[in-house]
Ligand binder design. Structure first.
Ligand code: HDD
Length: 697
């Protein structure tokens, strides 16, 4: 069977051959045709309602099934969205490190399922909360399933898995009142991380713009833990896995994220679905960082410590492949809810390290799936490997597979289920020499917690640092126990004096009296989001709102839409009502997709206001329309205006002193992200709204 055929097979697997979703005839679960699904069987005389009868098996079945629809939500990462796609390596460069075909065979296309998630909130919480995002990838390889269960942040809060229950209890809603939902802005979280300096580095990342991504499609993915690769010569290397989004790394601004929680709590889920359905398939480069075994101790941090990155200046990324998502799910529950990942699931050529976080994870994930889905969870269609599965694990609740034959043990007289030697593809552990004293401790390098927190903070651009300070200040302001915000503001002085001072001033914390000596300030080029955003600016899949009123210039709108379509952006016409809006001079109008109150500027990446004298006047009279552009401006979005649209924008901002384009001259001006084109501009050649144009980044 060809690997590429497997995606289809997987898709078909998901469909139960006996169920007919498009069928017209209703049946019970045991297949009997149902004649009435709306009236419970009752004793009645046609006038008086009599008792409903328990004997109604159709009614009983419907309610029984409904009563048991819910399964336990994930203890963390409960809120998520997922999609299908494929993974491909572009070269066999990794064969010097591993013999895993999924990482070395460029002729292969490996089907994948990816689930993105937030961590803290429950299944019904909002998408745009400040949080870490899960980035879990299941590779359905010919050698078995391989799961990378990663995040959008390359480090973790704790070094040792034994701390995970405490950490999760601290970040989750507080136990006495189950508040807050989807937020770390509360006493218990900041209390915990204040007493737990190993979290400082990760706290910096979550409080930076990384904690509020614009889209799942615009975030990096990291395997976080250190894994190992094994090559044909039997040599072992340490490895970290990276996914780098083709669209760049982008974030919301905090006010936008907060508003979206209410205005569109499914913002990220819908964004993923919209992009795939419109053909803008999300894509990531796949890269590895590799450290040969002999260099394990060459660094001033421990490479098995999950609170540390491997700076790219020290260990460069090697891009070897790409991941594409090109199919939305057909049914949320059976795919996104029932998909189950295990860090312990690797394929031959890939192995574990002694990273103490990873070792605990390798136990935890399989265990949690038993509670959530039952011991036979790997038989569920979304979790099933695409290669043959044969072993003597048997029975258990909800076993589906029917295995023929009389043999269920090894060794057996027929030689069935024979273990396969490594030389023939069987999984081989690296023969690692282990020595030491059995004890509960951490080595010296694991005791240092601030160097990389500083590295991250100092590598941010000034506006990113300002956002981070605002974010910590917001969070600590939500802590009402002074011990908590005082402890944390003090801790920040180990990272940066100005950071500590400003946060302390904002939240009433303890002002540091002098900078702590933090040695030479170090920076890394690849930690600021600007590193990714400036590479290849693109408007692909960006949502652009065109604001119109009766009397708008229809020719301009047509041209604008055409240009944006060429750049693969999506346009949405927003008017005073959904439906026909009359064009200037009574010409052919346009159907608005939404009315001003139905959607908000937060849901779009840019706004354009075309010309049309009557339209511009009406927009200026409409408070909500004015709010649209003001809010978008406040959120640093690109705003474009043409002809009379320019005067509307100017009025909306009361910005007569700012130099906009000379309307008569028809020139184009860019001012603070506002792009204006004069009245005489012809859209085809002068209003350059093309990919990469200023303000459309
Ligand atoms: Fe975890 C879920 C990522 C540490 C225990 N984790 C879960 C998911 C992601 C991560 C993306 C959601 C998977 C999905 O979409 O179904 N977790 C991480 C990362 C970690 C990490 C990047 C640090 C490197 N996790 C971690 C530790 C433990 C767990 C140390 C326990 C010792 N994680 C779990 C879990 C979950 C989970 C309780 C909940 C649902 C699930 O596993 O399937 O077992």
């Amino acid at each position: 069977m060809k690997a590429s055929a497997k995606l289809t097979d997987l898709g078909q697997d998901v469909v139960d051959p006996f169920s007919d979703p498009s069928g017209e005839r209703l049946t019970t679960d045991h297949g009997v045709l149902v004649s009435d699904t709306d009236n419970w069987l009752k004793v009645q005389d046609g006038v008086h309602v009599g008792p409903s009868l328990l004997e109604d098996q159709i009614g009983r079945e419907k309610i029984h099934r409904f009563d048991h629809e819910r399964i336990p939500e994930r203890v963390v990462h409960a809120r998520g969205a997922g999609a299908h796609g494929h993974f491909k390596v572009h070269n066999s460069n990794a064969s010097k490190y591993t013999y895993a075909p999924v990482l070395t065979d460029p002729s292969r296309e490996t089907p994948v399922f990816v689930r993105f998630s937030t961590v803290q909130g429950s299944r019904g919480s909002a998408d745009t909360v400040r949080d870490v995002r899960g980035f879990a990838v299941k590779f359905y390889t010919n050698e078995g399933n391989w799961d990378i269960v990663g995040n959008d942040i390359p480090v973790f809060f704790i070094q040792d898995a034994i701390k995970f229950p405490d950490f999760v209890h601290a970040v989750k809603p507080e136990p006495h009142n189950e508040v807050p939902q989807g937020q770390s802005a509360h006493n218990n979280f900041w209390d915990y991380v204040g007493l737990q300096p190993e979290s400082a580095h990760m706290v910096m990342w979550v409080m930076s713009d990384r904690g509020i991504p614009r889209s799942y499609r615009m975030m990096q993915g990291f395997g976080v833990n250190t894994y190992t690769l094994l090559n044909k010569e039997g040599e072992r290397s340490f490895v970290k896995f990276h996914f780098i989004p083709k669209l760049g790394v982008h974030s919301l601004v905090w006010d936008e994220a907060l508003k979206l929680c209410g205005q569109d709590p499914d913002f990220h889920r819908k964004d993923l679905e919209e992009a795939i359905s419109t053909g803008a398939y999300p894509e990531w480069d796949f890269a590895i960082q590799v450290i040969p075994e002999a260099r394990e101790h060459d660094f001033d941090f421990d490479i098995l410590d999950a609170t540390k990155i491997w700076p790219e200046e020290l260990v460069p990324l090697e891009v070897i492949g790409s991941l594409v998502l090109n199919k939305t799910v057909d049914e949320y529950f059976t795919e996104v809810e029932q998909v189950a990942f295990c860090t312990s699931h690797v394929v031959p050529g890939i192995g574990f390290s002694d990273d103490p976080l990873l070792v605990g994870r390798n136990f935890s994930y399989f265990d949690t799936q038993i509670t959530r889905l039952g011991i036979n969870w790997e038989e569920l269609p979304i979790n099933r490997p695409v290669c043959p599965v044969m072993n003597f694990q048997r029975d258990g609740a909800m076993r589906h597979r029917i295995t023929k034959g009389s043999i269920n043990y090894w060794p057996n007289r027929k030689g069935i289920g024979k273990p396969v030697p490594a030389s023939d593809g069987g999984y081989a552990e690296f023969p690692q020499k282990v020595e030491g004293i059995k004890q509960r401790m951490r080595t010296e390098k694991f005791q240092e917690h601030y160097n990389q927190a500083q590295l991250f903070y100092h590598s941010l651009a000034p506006h990113e640092q300002a956002h981070l300070i605002a974010a910590i200040s917001f969070e600590l302001s939500h802590c009402d126990d002074p011990v908590v915000y005082e402890t944390y503001s003090k801790l920040l002085n180990n990272i940066d004096f100005e950071l500590a001072k400003q946060v302390a001033q904002n939240v009433g914390g303890v002002l540091p009296d002098k900078p702590k000596d933090i040695g030479q300030v170090k920076k890394s080029n690849t930690l600021s989001q600007l590193y990714f955003t400036s590479k290849e600016p693109t408007i692909v899949s960006r949502r652009v709102a065109i604001l119109i009123q009766d009397g708008f210039d229809a020719k301009q709108v047509k041209a604008i839409r055409e240009l944006l379509k060429q750049g693969q952006a999506t346009t949405w016409v927003i008017g005073p009502r959904r439906g026909k809006i009359v064009a200037e001079g009574g010409g052919e109008g346009l159907g608005a997709d939404h009315h001003f109150e139905g959607q908000r500027s937060t849901m779009f990446d840019a706004i354009i206001i075309p010309g049309g004298a009557e339209h511009a006047k009406k927009l200026a009279e409409n408070g909500r329309a004015v709010h649209w552009v003001r809010e978008a401006f406040g959120h640093c979005k690109a705003i474009g205006a043409v002809g009379e649209g320019v005067s509307f924008v100017r009025e909306a901002f009361h910005l007569s002193e700012v130099k906009f384009a000379d309307e008569k001259g028809g020139s184009i001006t860019v001012s603070y992200g506002v792009v204006t084109a004069g009245k005489d501009s012809t859209l085809g050649n002068r209003l350059e709204l093309k990919e990469g144009a200023p303000g459309f980044v």
